[in-house]
Ligand binder design. Structure first.
Ligand code: PAN
Ligand code: ZN
Length: 185
């Protein structure tokens, strides 16, 4: 018998290798109305990538799991740190696990009732995202923030439910990280 060579994640960089990868880049122009300062966002429109997601091309069938790495680049729109769009799962009850690989940032979690909290993300951090909980990564550091995620193939993404924004926004003010509660967006 021969031994199967599995896909690989390089822990230090988060780079995935083999396993029929899918890649998706999200740029500033793909994120209208996501940041508080829409005018500042429009000034940055160009080819700037905010984050890349690499995924293993595995089955979406019920019971199967997806594996992906998000690389969220350092940067700000106005004073607000670069972040992912963020979503609930279309199948609300489905959870997910994130593992911090490199860089520093925050994972913003928000329930359907609107209760929001922030977990620190760093190399080795483990984040249990329960069902019914929206999630967004925020890069508060000066390096790339990379996180490995595992989630159910049937979970799906619902971006519309939080189109008007999460309850917390994170800004750099006086060289420090400031999280602010916002009313609606
Ligand atoms: C992640 C996210 C990834 C990109 O794989 O999809 O970080 O964020 P957005 O999907 O919010 O743009 C995940 O949570 N999957 O379920
Ligand atoms: Zn998710």
């Amino acid at each position: 018998l021969s031994f199967i060579q599995p896909p690989q994640v390089a822990w230090a960089s988060g780079a995935l290798a083999d396993g029929l990868l899918l890649r998706k880049s999200t740029r500033i122009e793909d994120l209208p109305d996501v940041f508080a300062d829409e005018h500042a966002r429009q000034q940055l429109v160009g080819e700037q990538v905010v984050y890349d997601v690499e995924m293993l091309d595995t089955s979406p069938a019920e019971g199967e799991l997806y594996t992906g790495v998000t690389h969220l680049y350092p940067g700000r729109v106005g004073c607000e740190y670069f972040m992912t769009r963020g979503h609930f799962h279309a199948r609300r009850e489905q959870g997910e696990v994130y593992f911090g690989l490199r860089g520093t940032g925050l994972l913003l979690l928000q329930t359907e009732q609107g209760d929001a909290r922030l977990e620190k993300v760093f190399a080795g951090s483990v984040h249990i995202i329960p069902g019914f909980t929206a999630h967004r990564l925020i890069n508060t550091g000066e390096e790339v923030l990379s996180a490995l995620a595992v989630w159910p193939g049937i979970a799906g993404h619902d971006y519309a439910a939080l189109a008007s924004g999460f309850r917390i926004r994170v800004f750099e003010e006086n060289k420090t990280v400031q999280a602010k509660e916002v009313q609606n967006g």
